[in-house]
Design a binder for this molecule. Sequence first.
Ligand code: IPM
Ligand code: MG
Length: 488
Amino acid sequence: MMSWEKDSGSGVPITVAYGDGIGPEIMKATLKIISAAGARLKIEEIQVGEEVYKRGISSGIEPSAWESLRRTRVFLKAPITTPEGGGYKSLNVTVRKTLGLYANVRHCPSYYPFVSTKHPKMDVVIVRENEEDLYGGIEHRQTGDVVQCLKLISRPGSERLIRYGFEYAKRYGRHKVTCFTKDNIMKMTDGLFHKVFDEVAKEYPDIQSEHWIVDIGAAKLADKPEDFDVIVLPNLYGDILSDVAAQIAGSVGLAGSANIGNNVAMFEAIHGSAPRRAGQNVANPSGLLLAAVQMLVHIGQGDVASRVHNAWLKTIEDGIHTYDVYNQETSKKKVGTNEFGDAVIERLGLKPSVLKPVDYPSRSEPIKVVLKSKPKEKKELVGMDVFLDWDGDPNELGKKLEKITSGNLKLIMITNRGTKVYPGGLPETFCVDHWRCRFQASGREASIKHEDFIDLLSKLVGSGLPPIKTEGLYTFDGVPGYSLGQGQ
Ligand code: IPM
Ligand code: MG
């Protein structure tokens, strides 16, 4: 059942959180505009963020709020403040990951000539992976010198996001999907994302596809954003580049964000809670309002979405601007949050004349993607990486470890922060107290027994070199599932 099918005349149930900082002001303005436009909603209010954290709930959200989200399956959320320091996890990320909101859609068009930009023709849609990557937030301090954060990329996680990007392009008549990764360095994680992109792209022959390494891709995006259409990318690059895209289009204050899952969706502005601007009636409600437009399309109220969006475009075109986009050449009047909201309401029913009006289908099904299943490969253990906390010289460590063997496992190499330092390291390589020691069977990719693995670990402990972490080295249908050491 689609969420809008629950509209029984009294409105579609949605969950609303007013948030922190400028949140309450922009949410009030947004709700006032969409209800004036005829949105048929039944609002359940929940509290998340600062207040809840302060009550000692480190997740920032209470069980009753989860119940509301699972009941309505539609969440309009104002920005919230995550308290600084350890111990608090970002509520945004918690909601996205817990509810499986895998696709984060951020439309960044230019509103030239009414909002100043160096890129009058740009019209980019960022489709950002929303659950994985470094946002797993799995971090550990392992030695005095070293902390680590695990970067996790999965095939299904990549596939559903990338398929969503292509389906989005198809639905909205966009002609190209670009993928950004750094797979010249992260050959396995970003490499998987790129590989899945190439596989999925083949199923959409009518849509152009291309891949850029993210550094040069980002430089091109900042220089010539009009060359891009839909961009799919892993979580962290998507976080960074959606702010860049929104800002060069005009302002981060203008972009809305839809977080889409199979069951639930959350709509929010891409900017934060801006506590310094709070309570002054200056904040721009446009980011949240455009997120609410995406929400109305999602729940099958495309007619209302078009009315709101067109009135908003007309307001921007009439030069009625909040401080963040106001400039002397293109603006006519600088207004506060409430006045801006009222100006949009006055224009309901009007369309822009220079900017392109929107026309959303009045009742559309949310985009759904279906994953292709892959046959399971044969997984074999062929060695292990043991990480040690040790102060000293790599050659000394190498000599010690050469003597420790188990079954046919023996030391192959030692790296420090990924660079090979033994055997045959260079004295110039800077080393910290964190060593990755690779043990493999003597024959090439020969399989080993888990018992050898355990035995090696106890011998290491017995020699005063207790492991701080281990990673199994596996092959999948004979293909190594681990990277080489830098310089190996
Ligand atoms: C965003 C924000 C969030 C993110 C923060 C607030 C956790 O920057 O929505 O882009 O990093 O995803
Ligand atoms: Mg961000």
